[in-house]
Design a binder for this molecule. Structure first.
Ligand code: IMJ
Length: 256
């Protein structure tokens, strides 16, 4: 899996525990030049982290809820990279209330926000990336999902609905952009203690249940999720699109 001469955009890095940070490291290590975007409050962290990557990465602000921000990012990438080979999407957000109250209390605004940030943003990024990828004869887009898209997990609530929409986005984008040789896939990771797990009631218990029941009898880490994503981004996966690749130590196959 060689990324020499390849250019990638990585959206959704919060800190060094982020799954997308592991993907950034894995691709940069194999030769990719990256642009990392950050959402407002993560500027310092992402700036500091970027210095650990090779190939002088670009670091740009991007609120995925803003079409103007997204337009600015792709204009800059066109200028600096002259095209784009891959995109890594790891943006997700739901309000605290939606992740703690009964699901039937999900508010209209909470639903809209979770869908906008966690699902719609993949469509907006794919649309922006497509013309730059066409200049390279194609590209690969990878997003991050979770089994809560198909099964009910306590408190995952509106994020489960947003991940279901995200996985449907993967299939529809794969069909739409496939003729341009642009592939679109997701990695569905097992639970990992990242900033996205912070303040989630009973998260240690969830990790324990996965460890006990998963065929591999352990949890996964960001390095192995990063390497699976790197595979999907690489030419080794050139025949794969519209897929959701489970990286969860096999947990999803278990019945009881
Ligand atoms: C999140 C909530 C409830 C159960 C959960 C999770 N399980 C897992 C997660 C079982 C694995 C983490 N996950 C897969 C997510 O997609 C998390 C998304 C998320 C997390 C937060 C926390 C802080 C906040 N908003 C959030 N929005 C989305 O304010």
């Amino acid at each position: 899996m060689d990324f020499a001469g390849k250019h990638g955009l990585v959206v959704g890095v919060a800190n060094k525990r982020s799954i997308v940070w592991a993907i950034a490291q894995a691709t940069a290590l194999r030769g990719a030049r990256l642009a990392l975007t950050y959402q407002g409050r993560f500027e310092e962290h992402v700036n500091d982290l970027s210095q650990e990557l090779g190939h002088s990465p670009l670091v740009l602000p991007c609120d995925v809820a803003s079409d103007a921000d997204i337009d600015t990012v792709f204009a800059k990438l066109d200028q600096e990279f002259g095209g784009l080979d891959f995109v890594v999407h790891g943006a997700a957000f739901a309000r605290k209330e939606e992740l703690s109250e009964p699901f039937s209390n999900t508010s209209r605004e909470g639903f809209r926000l979770a869908m906008d940030i966690s699902a719609y943003s993949l469509i907006a990024l794919a649309r922006g990336a497509a013309p730059l990828m066409e200049k390279r004869g194609g590209g690969s887009i990878v997003t991050l999902s979770y089994l809560g898209s198909e099964r009910v997990f306590p408190n995952y609530n509106v994020m489960g609905v947003a991940k279901a929409a995200l996985e449907a986005n993967v299939r529809y984008l794969a069909a739409d952009l496939g003729p341009k040789n642009i592939r679109v896939n997701a990695v569905s990771a097992g639970p990992i203690k990242t900033i996205s797990a912070m303040g989630i009631g009973g998260f240690s218990n969830i990790l324990g249940v996965y460890r006990d029941r998963a065929p591999l009898r352990r949890n996964v880490d960001t390095i192995e999720v990063g390497e699976a994503a790197t595979f999907l981004l690489s030419s080794a996966a050139r025949g794969i699109t519209g897929e959701v690749l489970m990286v969860d130590a096999g947990f999803h196959v278990t019945g009881m």
